[in-house]
Design a protein around this ligand. Structure first.
Ligand SMILES: Cc1ncc(C[n+]2csc(CCOP(=O)(O)OP(=O)(O)O)c2C)c(N)n1
Ligand code: SF4
Ligand SMILES: [Mg+2]
Length: 293
């Protein structure tokens, strides 16, 4: 191939990226970009009507995703991506709503919204990049920082017990739960595809420690070596009891699909209940042209 032709060659996911915003802000070696690649691959494979797919992010490095994908997308306030997504879904139930955000956004400042959306089995998909810290603001300790790990606000190591996000999601009522590392590209793609094609609250955690802050502070290496460490130290255990999924500092990481079950969604439950109570006076809401049934 001639050099000019090579330069002309398009990135295969370019049609779903806002190329006018590239170069992106992410550091070299950061795994957020690989999760975006998996997401776009999953969208392409899903054959969904992309005019009905919406991406919502909060704030932070991961929160930038909404600005880079060429879809209807919203960069909302920190911790409010889930309620924003809930509002979109309820206003227009035909939409396939995806929240793509960080661990701080979903489980820290937005933790309360997260558990209540899971409890209601709100029909949305959440992709959470867990980089073990509040990256964009300087690597502060987060609700996901492993015990003993160093962070900018935990210079002697973290002593706060972290959340295990799959366990939290399960306890709150999520009906699909998976965890992978950013190097499990095909597995992440498959999980996102599954989540997009099902109804109910789906939660996918992708572990990709922040290379510039968390990993540098803890002297864990960089680039591909860092990502490879977590990939090599993970064990796939589908259906694992979510009580056993704690992440210890530099310990083995259990990944896989842990939960995939059916339960009425918020709108199913609402229609069923109000239909029973109000009878003919009640007009069913939503579920119009839902090609996932
Ligand atoms: C209401 C509010 N509180 C705090 C902030 C400051 N802030 C911006 S990004 C961020 C951390 C984001 O962490 P996370 O969601 O894990 O995303 P990451 O940058 O790690 O991908 C914080 C605390 C803010 N923008 N808005
Ligand atoms: S600061 Fe950390 S999370 Fe943010 S882009 Fe850089 S490596 Fe990624
Ligand atoms: Mg984070």
């Amino acid at each position: 191939m001639k050099k000019e032709d090579q330069l002309e060659e398009k990135n295969p996911i370019e049609d779903l990226l806002r190329m006018d915003r590239i170069p992106h802000i992410w550091c070299p070696g950061c795994g957020i970009g690989t999760v975006v690649t998996s997401f776009i691959e999953a969208l392409k494979k899903s054959k969904l009507d992309l005019d009905k797919v919406v991406v919502v992010s909060g704030i932070g490095c991961t929160g930038r995703v909404a600005g880079y994908v060429k879809l209807d997308s919203f960069h909302t306030t920190h911790g409010r991506a889930v309620p924003f997504a809930t509002g979109l879904k309820l206003a227009n139930p035909e939409l396939n709503v995806v929240v793509f955000s960080g661990d701080g956004d979903i489980a820290g400042i937005g933790g309360n919204h997260f558990i209540h959306a899971a409890r209601r089995n709100m029909d949305i998909t959440i992709i959470c990049v867990n980089n073990f810290n509040y990256a964009m603001t300087g690597g502060q300790v987060a609700a996901t920082t492993p015990l003993g790990a160093n962070a900018s606000t935990a210079p002697y190591g973290n002593f706060e017990f972290p959340f295990s996000l799959p366990y939290l999601a399960d306890a709150a009522g999520a009906t699909y739960i998976a965890r992978w590392t950013a190097l499990h590209l095909r597995r992440v793609t498959k999980s996102i595809q599954e989540a997009l094609s099902r109804r109910g609250f789906s939660f996918i955690e992708v572990i990709t420690p922040c290379v510039t802050l968390y990993a540098r502070r803890n002297r864990l290496g960089d680039g591909l070596n860092l990502l490879k460490y977590y990939y090599d130290n993970s064990e796939i255990h589908h259906g694992a009891d979510t009580r056993t999924l704690d992440i210890s500092y530099q310990g083995k990481l259990v990944v896989g699909k842990f939960v995939d079950k059916e339960k009425p969604t918020f709108l199913d439950a609402m229609n069923e209940h109000l239909g029973k109570v109000l009878g003919d006076k009640y007009v069913l809401y939503g579920r119009i042209n839902d090609d996932r049934d």
